[in-house]
Design a protein around this ligand. Structure first.
Ligand code: 6PG
Length: 253
């Protein structure tokens, strides 16, 4: 990627990444609510964002957000029920959503557990369109913020290397089978992720050093490194990485 296409902030450790992300979340939420009366955000799953969600549920961040104006969506979901230990919804509910006064109707869960995954994906796209007040077959809805993580294989959301969802250039939400996990997922796709006003990656730990260097400074190979597909054009692309994850980057050395 061209260095001009993204911002990278290297933080000392996981806690500093989470605190920095919390300040950015609050800043964006306050701006969006002031300008447009609401803040639609897509949460990431996985383990890295846990600490961010815990911080947002506590002083001083909790009181800095008008939770009645937040619309929470997910970037992806595993093929499990909402009370399953692997559920991205459950993780966000336990760390954040049950601790803040967000209206129940503002929490838009991906129904990853449904047998008819394609219908679940279509219904989720329709729900996004309804909340944003846009046509569900038109231009993707513009999230104010999309939170993302990155796997050791360079995947993001549930856009895994060499999987079908990488090819989707029209739908906003699709089902995606991940052979190496033998798992079905639901995921936002490149069109809607790249429509966001801001995409913020939270990347922590030594196992992300190699993929982060490949994604940011290696040759373009997005089928193998799907995080390279995330280039929100007019939107801002921000990577928050701790020292361990940033260790193999040439930039800033
Ligand atoms: C998921 C996430 C996934 C995650 C990365 C990083 O459902 O697992 O959406 O894309 O962000 O796998 O996960 P960690 O934060 O646990 O390293």
């Amino acid at each position: 990627m061209n260095q001009s296409d993204y911002d990278l902030r290297q933080l000392a450790g996981a806690e500093q990444v989470a605190v920095t992300a919390a300040h950015e979340f609050v800043r964006l939420a306050q701006e969006a609510v002031a300008d447009r009366g609401r803040f639609p955000v897509a949460l990431s799953g996985g383990s890295t964002p846990r600490r961010l969600y815990q911080l947002l549920a506590e002083k001083p961040f909790r009181e800095q957000i008008d939770w009645s104006k937040i619309e929470v969506f997910w970037g992806d979901e595993r093929g499990v029920p909402p009370d399953h230990p692997d559920s991205n919804y459950r993780m966000a509910r336990e760390t954040l959503l049950e601790k803040v006064p967000i209206p129940a109707g503002h929490v838009h869960r991906m129904q990853g557990e449904r047998e008819d995954r394609d219908a679940a994906a279509r219904d989720y796209q329709a729900e996004i369109a309804r909340v944003f007040g846009v046509a569900s077959e038109g231009e993707p809805a513009p999230f104010d913020l999309v939170l993302l993580g990155m796997g050791p294989d360079g995947h993001t959301a549930s856009l895994f290397p060499l999987t079908g969802a990488l090819k989707e250039t029209r739908r906003w939400v699709v089902a995606n089978y991940v052979p190496k996990l033998n798992a079905h997922r639901l995921t936002l796709t490149r069109p809607i992720l790249n429509r966001a006003a801001q995409v913020m990656f939270l990347i922590v730990g030594p196992d992300k050093a190699k993929p982060l260097a490949e994604v940011l400074e290696g040759p373009p190979d997005p089928e193998r490194l799907p995080s390279q597909f995330i280039q929100p054009g007019p939107g801002r692309l921000l990577f928050l990485a701790d020292t361990e994850a940033a260790r193999q980057l040439r930039r800033g050395k």
